[in-house]
Design a protein around this ligand. Sequence first.
Ligand code: DC
Length: 238
Amino acid sequence: MTKETMNTIPDIIIAIDGYSATGKSTLAKLIAAEFGFTYLDSGAMYRAVTLHAMESGFVKGEAIDADALLADLTKNGLDINFGEGNRAFIGSRCIEKEIRSMEVSSHVSPVAALAFVRAFVDEKLHEWGRRGRVVMDGRDIGTAVFPDAQLKLFVTASDQVRAQRRYDELIEKGQPSSMEDVMKNLKERDYIDSHRETNPLRQAKDAFVLDNSDMNLHEELVWVKGLVMGRFQLFEAI
Ligand code: DC
């Protein structure tokens, strides 16, 4: 996209929601780069809180000491920020690798289901969103965090495709896992994310659905670009 066309895109928020491992964040990053927008990964925020809870001893087996986590967040806050290449940090410590581990993946959904954790993360997301020209991905961005987002996408893909993608990603990162464990984790997270009491994963009524099971990234980007250009009546000079 030319710089001129980029500049004609209004200061909108693009909300991308969907199940785990549907490739939301990869697509969101591409869209952000194409449109000159800021990308924000809300899942990384929940993962950062989860890592912090685990390292602070608030997660014991399946149990979470919610009172201790609440007291800690209230007293000390948690300085989650993003550096170059969208890498997540707590303070000055890069936590990108740790938050993508299977261990964090297996605890993040119950932590993200806690209402006070959602309020904590939402406040930060609103702060960033106010600046506009943002692509944000997550589970409740179009339904709860930014219900007025000007463009909402709901991304889906088949279970098999999602599990294979996550499995390949873990291998690539040198954190191999079995296909069985990956599938189990995805199903568990799908269930918890869509059944929790506070802002469960739902498709917003005004979201455009993108099933990318049989699409490559380039095709997805072309699809989204067409949507944005059509929606805002933009025309790209050839
Ligand atoms: O997108 P992800 O897999 O990195 O997200 C990790 C977890 O965080 C996901 O299982 C549920 C939670 N999450 C959420 O509850 N709401 C969001 N907006 C984003 C993520």
